[in-house]
Design a protein around this ligand. Sequence first.
Ligand SMILES: [Zn+2]
Length: 489
Amino acid sequence: MKEYDRFLAHVREIDACTRIWKRLDFDRQCCAPKGGLACCGEDLAQIARRIHELRCAPEFLEAMEGCLGQGEQLTEMELRSVQYQYELYQREKNLSAEFAQELSRITGAAFDGWVQAREENHYAVFAPCLKRVIEAFRQSAANRDKKYAHIYDACLSDFERGSTVEQMDAFFGELKEKLAPILKEGKPAKTPEPLFRAEVPVEAQKKLSLRLLEAEGLCMEKTSLVETKHPFTQLMSRNDVRVTTRFYRENFVSNLYTILHEGGHAVHYTNLPEEFYTNGMTAAPTFGMQECISRFYENVIGRSRAFCQWVVPLIREYFPGEAGRITPDQLFSYVNAPRREPIRMQADEASYCMHILIRYELEKGFMSGEIPVEEIPALWNKKYEQYLGIWVSNDNEGVLQDVHWADSIGYFPSYALGTVAAAQVYYRMNEDFPVYEAVERGQLYRVKEWLVSHAFDGNMAGDFFTWIRKVTGRELSVDYFVAYLKEKL
Ligand SMILES: [Zn+2]
């Protein structure tokens, strides 16, 4: 048997276990009753241990080294797939299977702790869980062969290949400086709020959501839509992608934009290079790439005048009551109104990245030990006041609003990278066809076609900055994002 075939056989086993893990996690996040959460957590921990054992198995290492070192003739894509698995192996090779299992228990308990803390609107309930998560991540980073200048570099590079604090400090520094005048200028506009608070039954919202997912180019035989507390999208297999959302009867707009965003993740997952589905690389693209696609659909498309023109007739069709009386102009000004809100998911486009900057600074601080866990809420609130002029009045609208810290540290910067890059992708796409003319006609499939042919290729296995350069022909630049925001203002 060729080394590469041996490698692939092993990858298939890891992939199968990963899918089992995802199904259990989906069950935990979307349907398990509160009483079942602990058992879900224990099952997930067992599978996490098994995945770790497979990843670090001597025969798998032998196959990888055989492919990498013995000069076996591999295609470029084959080589990339081996390098990617080797990268994952390097992260875990010095950790024990017990540690992998324990880490999963810790993050599982933190998820439950977060749910409980949200119910009580009390950070102190979550704090001990977060402390254990941070300690486990520190231990994991310290055990790698690679020595990092900053311990938080390990967290960043798990989501953005090769990313460092130095690089992110520079990125956020520039972003903060260039956004300052825009944030100063934006004044809350007068929007016809009552119309947007009209009650819309969940069933009607669900029907429109499916219509939007279809418009984004998703095949509904391969896509399902389920309700959850903290929306996410999961790729189970090539023909099975699960989109989740949250419906509010008195705020139908919230779900519209969640659907556009999560639908973007589903577009990404179902249009990866063909080989990725069999060579273990579906998770190889960095999260900045993924968020770039999602934020593109949510913002560049969703908050455009063209989209509002197209979607309002649909809103009228699906919501014949009061909500159906809105006009495209009203929707456009509502979703683009400057909003200085404590909740990240409700932020306007201009201030969104400041929400991310706050999380970035806190993660960097608590990973290095400079910020004790007990002090996070006070610092969180202080930064909101300082950077955004927002007074946070309780933990749920402050430090407890995101679930991320229950099991991932270092993800947030990917949102900012993706947001900035989405504007750059827009200008490049517009060179090829008038994007908004197509959107106004409801031809969202043209957007998908462009993305598939320009952005979804083998380069997705590399780092974010190289990928965006290859897609747009230019280095990542904050200037596109600033120009995009100014055009809107
Ligand atoms: Zn996302």
